[in-house]
Design a protein around this ligand. Sequence first.
Ligand SMILES: N[C@@H](CCC(=O)N[C@@H](CS)C(=O)NCC(=O)O)C(=O)O
Length: 215
Amino acid sequence: MSLTLSFHPLSSFCQKVLIALYENDTPFEPHIVDLMDEASSAAFKKIWPIGKFPVLRDEAKARTIPESSIIIEYLAQHYPGRTPLIPSDRDFARETRMRDRFYDLHVHMQMQKVVGDRLRPAGQNDPYGVAQAKALMQTAFGMIDAEMATRTWAMGDAFSMADCAAAPALYYANLVMPFSETHRNVAAYFDRLMTRPSFARAVKEAEPYRALFPT
Ligand SMILES: N[C@@H](CCC(=O)N[C@@H](CS)C(=O)NCC(=O)O)C(=O)O
């Protein structure tokens, strides 16, 4: 087997890549990194000193690929399957990348800011930053709500990298700022994502670690 993914099942950015791998039944070796464990963390930082997962290693091509979007681009190019994660039409591809960025930057990272604040040492919290993050998420929810009124998936009829980005971002965003009562189209899209087998599998595999999520 050529591909190894360094990841953690509870990690939202790792789930984004797991969805892409599961969509196409791409074979890979799972390598769970425990950042709380000194040895596991140190070994991972030898691969990627930034210390953020997921990271993909392709032994056959001697390549190490960090960053969830870049990993999905790599999979789409070198290990394509039944779900074309990036459309071949160049305009469509650019729009897919834009939505991937949108979900990462304006939902996912804002959610991370809120969750990360819960993990900070006492006295080191950032309430102003958390309020800013929540306000940006609200704006993003409003934009997604308008767009998803007429779409099945983020790009329309076809599932793509943009949905890989949206699923875990919305899953955890819904835990910190529930949207089911306020944004019905976001909620309906999220329900569709939850029944997509690739994401349902990633959610199920994260269940044993769920107690680690800070409430
Ligand atoms: N831009 C990166 C973000 C990756 C990221 O933030 N990963 C988180 C887990 S969801 C992480 O590794 N956190 C550990 C840390 O920051 O120490 C990507 O898209 O892959």
